[in-house]
Ligand binder design. Structure first.
Ligand SMILES: NC(=O)c1ccc[n+]([C@@H]2O[C@H](COP(=O)([O-])OP(=O)(O)OC[C@H]3O[C@@H](n4cnc5c(N)ncnc54)[C@H](OP(=O)(O)O)[C@@H]3O)[C@@H](O)[C@H]2O)c1
Length: 430
């Protein structure tokens, strides 16, 4: 085992120059379980129990192998849920939407434009039709799907306003903050959201922060909030160790922006670095999750907020919104050099075997949203050792489980996370 690890490290070292350009990858640290200081006692039993509980039935058998279906047994689908997923027209979000819709839940596809959301609903149906052996069963399944396409551009607060107003009726059982953008790691220009925030943190954190503030009253009291974070939030993880590591410093960039015109280039006030901005945005996701849970607990709410790392999923889309292989790729690497992306993909998935599949990423989001073992506690971070998708769905709750957040995320519980929250409030104006 040690020999294999050493070999892997040696191969990884060979690829270091390549991986540097892709440090937005999500390799996990696979540390031993513990977490938030206020939630130090990780429920290890829950992780062990997950492989053994029974129940369940899945319409998703249309798409999954018998082995996968049996491992999905701890999901209680008897009460149909209303689930919101941001960024569900592509990658992890779209796969998770398909999975959960196939279980009979209503899924609101919250996408950058209504057109993209409509296309996502069509693609999900087409995939089911293409994969089915039994055309009649497929037609009836497709007819039964409850997919609600909607526009929600996280880079524009007014679009989020409209989205929330349109959703003031029925309450959500679960809300998944999954959308994310990663700019080309070499980008030098600071792209901005409609309101002038740096685009990466503005979308991945502030867009979701604002959405959360507005939509919280529309989440059921025993509901869930799931945040798609990443291993790169942690400089001690393999992915997070490449390039300039994530740090929010003393929040100088946000402090200055909140006291001034609202514009910032980097959260820590440093010079713009596109690669670090992505890692920082994922650290923001983790701080947000923990501070949100602290606030929910303070209010006596039963809502549980947790975040997770889906792992490294490279297979890229050629152009924005266009799939090279339907539902097989994520678009996260689409702004990177495509030649490097392809080489990196082969290296990560075929050679080093540290890459995951999009279906795995969707399964991780589904597990976080529906598994009866996840929602018992909040403020937690889940991840898995690199390459865990080779174990199939059985890995959810076994390899994919509670883990530690980065040192900075943990130490932020003492006050930085609170200030980070206050500054986020000021910036989005809530
Ligand atoms: N792939 C990985 O290796 C990896 C690893 C760790 C974590 N993650 C995280 O996983 C999440 C999903 O990413 P993915 O890998 O599935 O990549 P993806 O296929 O590119 O999905 C990202 C989604 O976010 C959406 N999005 C981006 N900006 C948006 C905006 N302003 N408003 C609304 N939606 C917006 C994208 O929509 P458009 O198509 O309109 O841009 C897309 O649907 C992200 O949070 C990412 O950080 C991914």
């Amino acid at each position: 085992m040690i020999f294999i690890c050493t070999m892997r490290s040696a191969i990884l070292l060979l690829f270091l120059p390549l991986t540097k350009a892709f440090s937005l990858q999500a390799s996990s640290s696979a540390r031993p379980s513990t977490s938030l200081s206020a939630y130090n006692e990780v429920d290890r039993r829950s992780a062990i129990l997950q492989g053994s509980t029974t129940a369940g039935f899945a319409l998703s058998s249309l798409l999954l192998s018998p082995n996968e279906v049996s491992a999905l047994q701890d999901y209680d689908d008897s009460a149909k849920k209303r689930i919101l997923i941001t960024g569900s027209n592509s990658g992890i979000g779209m796969d998770a939407a398909q999975r959960m819709a196939l279980r009979g839940h209503e899924v609101v596809l919250a996408c950058r434009t209504l057109n993209k959301a409509n296309e996502a609903a069509d693609k999900i149906k087409t995939m089911i039709a293409n994969d089915a052996d039994d055309a009649v069963a497929a037609i009836s399944t497709i007819k039964s799907l409850k997919l609600i396409p909607m526009e929600c551009d996280l880079a524009d607060l007014s679009s989020i306003d409209t989205f929330v107003k349109q959703n003031s009726g029925a309450k959500f059982d679960a809300v998944c903050y999954n959308a994310g953008i990663a700019r080309n790691t070499e980008a030098k220009d600071v792209a901005r959201t409609k309101q002038g925030f740096e685009l990466t943190v503005g979308t991945n954190h502030l867009g979701h922060f604002y959405l959360n503030q507005l939509i919280l009253p529309s989440i059921k009291d025993n509901g869930r909030i799931v945040v798609t974070a990443s291993g790169v939030h942690d400089p001690d993880s393999p992915g997070g160790a490449q390039g300039v590591p994530a740090t929010l410093g003393d929040l100088a960039g946000l402090e200055k922006a909140a006291a001034g015109d609202g514009k910032f280039d980097m959260v820590d006030g440093g010079a713009f670095n596109a690669d670090k901005a992505y890692k920082d945005s994922k650290l923001c996701n983790v701080l947000f999750t923990r501070e949100l849970q602290r606030r929910l607990d303070e209010k006596g709410s039963n809502i549980k907020a947790n975040c997770f790392n889906p792992g490294l999923i490279v297979v890229s889309l050629t152009k924005r919104g266009q799939f090279t292989k339907p539902l097989l790729g994520t678009g996260l690497f689409r702004d990177q050099n495509q030649l490097f992306t392809k080489v990196f993909d082969v290296a990560a998935t075929k050679l080093l075997k540290v890459g995951e599949t999009t279906h795995w990423g969707g399964g991780a989001l589904e597990y976080m949203t529906l598994s009866s073992n996840v929602g018992k506690q909040g403020g937690m971070y889940y991840t898995s050792p690199p390459g865990s998708s080779k174990y199939g769905e059985d890995a959810f709750g076994r390899e994919f489980k509670l883990s530690q957040v980065s040192k900075e995320a943990k130490s932020s519980d003492d006050g930085k996370a609170k200030r980070f929250w206050e500054l986020s409030e000021k910036l989005v104006g809530v």
